[in-house]
Design a protein around this ligand. Structure first.
Ligand code: PLP
Length: 378
C-alpha cells in the first residue's frame, strides 16, 4: 500500500544533511563542551558554530540563543521563568496557544497565587486582534503571549503589531514561533519581542531539540538549575549533535509551491464533498496547512480510516490526540462542538503535488461514503 505522510505540522521527517551533520559531531566532537581539554574544546566549537548559524539565520546576536529540548521546554522556560521572578503579576495570552503555554500558565497560576491571567479569543477566522490583546492588559500585566502561526489552522497572527504595542506599554512579549519557522520568513530583526521559541523537528531537524531566543537579554529565573550551562539560563550538558542538527536544517525547506497544492486540494474537496467546512480559510495561513470538518464524521474515526488507507493526517492538535477532547482552537473560534470534534488537519510537506492531492480527495470521499453507509445500517 502506498503511504502518504501529511502531518508535517506534527513533525517533519529528518533531513539527510541533518543526520550527516549530527553523525559527524557525534564522532568528532564527543567531548563535554564544558571540559577544558581538547575534546571539550572540539565540542564547544561545534556548539558555538550551531549557535552562530541560528543567530545569523534569525539576524540576532548569538548570545541571545539558548538551546533547549524543544518548543515545550522553551515555552515553559518563559512562563515559569517570568512568573518565578515576581510575587505577583498578570499574563495575557491567546486562547489558541499550544498547551505548552496555555496549560503552563493555568497550572502555574494555581501555584503562584499572586498571578492571574486573561485569555483572549480569536475572531471566527482564527485570527487574534491586536486591540483585543492590548485591551486585556492591566496595570499589573507583565507578559503577553501570542503564537506566530497556529499549529491547527495555520492562521498567521499579528505578532509584529502586538510586540510593538507591548514595547510601548513596557510589557514583556513572548512569541511561540514553532510553526512559523520553515514556513514563513522568520526574521527576528523586525520582531520586537523579548522571547521567541523554536523547535528543530518542525523543520527537518532532530526531535527533542529547540531554542529560546532571548532577544533583549531580559533575565528570567532559570528552570533548570545545575552546572550553569547556556550562561546560566539552562543548566545541563548541551546536546551538541542536536544543536548541529538544528543548524543544518535551517533554511532547507521550500514551501513556495505548496500553497497551490493546498488551495487545489481545498477546491477539489469542496467539489467532491460540498458539506465540508474549512477553518481559518479566510485568514492568512501557513502555506501547507488545511483544517476542515466533514459534518457527521468524528475526526478520530476519520483519522483512523485514513490511516488504514495509508494517509497520516491529524485530528485537532497532534500533540493532544489520544485525548478525545474537541479542538480548543476551533472552540475558541466559535465552532460548534460537533465541528470541533469532527475536524481533520492536513499539513503538506514540501514535496506535495497534484497526485497527492487527488489521492487524498478520493480517499476522503471513499471514507465518507463507507462511514455513511455504516451509520445508515446502524
Ligand atoms: C505552536 C507549537 N508550540 C510548541 C510546540 C511544542 O514543540 P515540541 O514538540 O518541540 O515540544 C508545538 C508542537 O506541535 C507547536 O505546534
Amino acid at each position: 500500500m502506498k503511504q502518504f505522510y501529511l502531518d508535517y505540522n506534527a513533525t517533519c521527517p529528518q533531513l539527510p544533511e541533518v543526520t550527516l551533520a549530527m553523525q559527524e559531531v557525534t564522532k568528532t566532537a564527543f567531548g563535554n563542551p564544558s571540559s577544558l581539554h581538547w575534546a571539550g574544546r572540539n565540542a564547544r566549537r561545534k556548539l558555538d558554530d550551531a549557535r552562530e548559524s541560528l543567530a545569523s539565520f534569525f539576524k540576532i546576536e548569538s548570545g541571545s540563543v539558548v538551546f533547549t529540548s524543544g518548543g515545550t521546554e522553551s515555552n515553559n522556560m518563559v512562563i515559569q521563568g517570568v512568573m518565578a521572578g515576581s510575587n505577583d503579576g498578570h499574563i495575557v495570552l491567546s486562547a489558541i496557544e499550544h498547551p505548552a503555554i496555555l496549560q503552563a500558565v493555568e497550572q502555574w497560576c494555581t501555584r503562584f497565587l499572586g498571578w492571574t491571567y486573561t485569555v483572549v479569543k480569536p475572531n471566527k477566522d482564527g485570527c487574534l486582534c491586536v486591540e483585543d490583546m492590548m485591551n486585556a492588559c492591566q496595570e499589573s500585566t507583565k507578559l503577553v503571549c501570542l503564537m506566530w502561526a497556529n499549529n491547527e489552522t495555520g492562521v498567521i497572527q499579528p505578532v509584529f503589531e502586538v510586540a510593538q504595542a507591548c514595547r510601548e506599554k513596557n510589557i514583556l512579549c513572548f512569541v511561540d514561533a514553532v510553526q512559523a519557522l520553515g514556513k514563513l520568513d522568520v526574521n527576528l530583526d523586525q520582531l520586537d519581542a523579548d522571547f521567541v521559541s523554536f523547535s528543530a523537528h518542525k523543520i527537518g531537524g532532530p526531535r527533542g531539540v529547540g531554542a529560546l531566543v532571548m532577544k533583549r537579554g531580559t533575565a528570567i529565573e532559570s528552570l533548570m538549575i545545575g552546572g550553569g550551562q547556556e550562561r546560566g539560563r539552562r543548566s545541563g550538558t548541551e546536546n551538541v549533535a542536536g544543536a548541529a542538527g538544528f543548524a543544518a536544517a535551517l533554511g532547507k525547506l521550500d514551501y513556495a509551491n505548496v500553497v497551490q497544492v493546498r488551495d487545489a486540494f481545498e477546491a477539489k474537496l469542496i467539489k467532491a464533498i460540498p458539506s465540508t467546512a474549512f477553518f481559518g480559510q479566510r485568514g492568512e495561513r501557513t502555506p501547507n496547512t488545511s483544517m476542515f470538518c466533514i459534518p457527521g464524521l468524528e475526526g478520530e474515526t476519520l483519522l483512523m480510516q485514513m490511516d488504514l488507507m495509508g494517509f497520516a493526517v491529524a485530528s485537532g492538535s497532534a500533540c493532544s490526540s489520544g485525548k478525545r477532547e474537541p479542538s480548543h482552537v476551533l472552540r475558541a473560534m466559535g465552532a460548534p462542538d460537533f465541528q470541533a470534534r469532527s475536524s481533520l488537519r492536513i499539513s503538506f510537506g514540501v514535496d506535495a503535488n497534484e497526485q497527492v492531492c487527488d489521492a487524498l480527495v478520493s480517499a476522503l470521499l471513499k471514507v465518507k461514503t463507507r462511514l455513511k453507509g455504516m451509520s445508515g445500517r446502524g
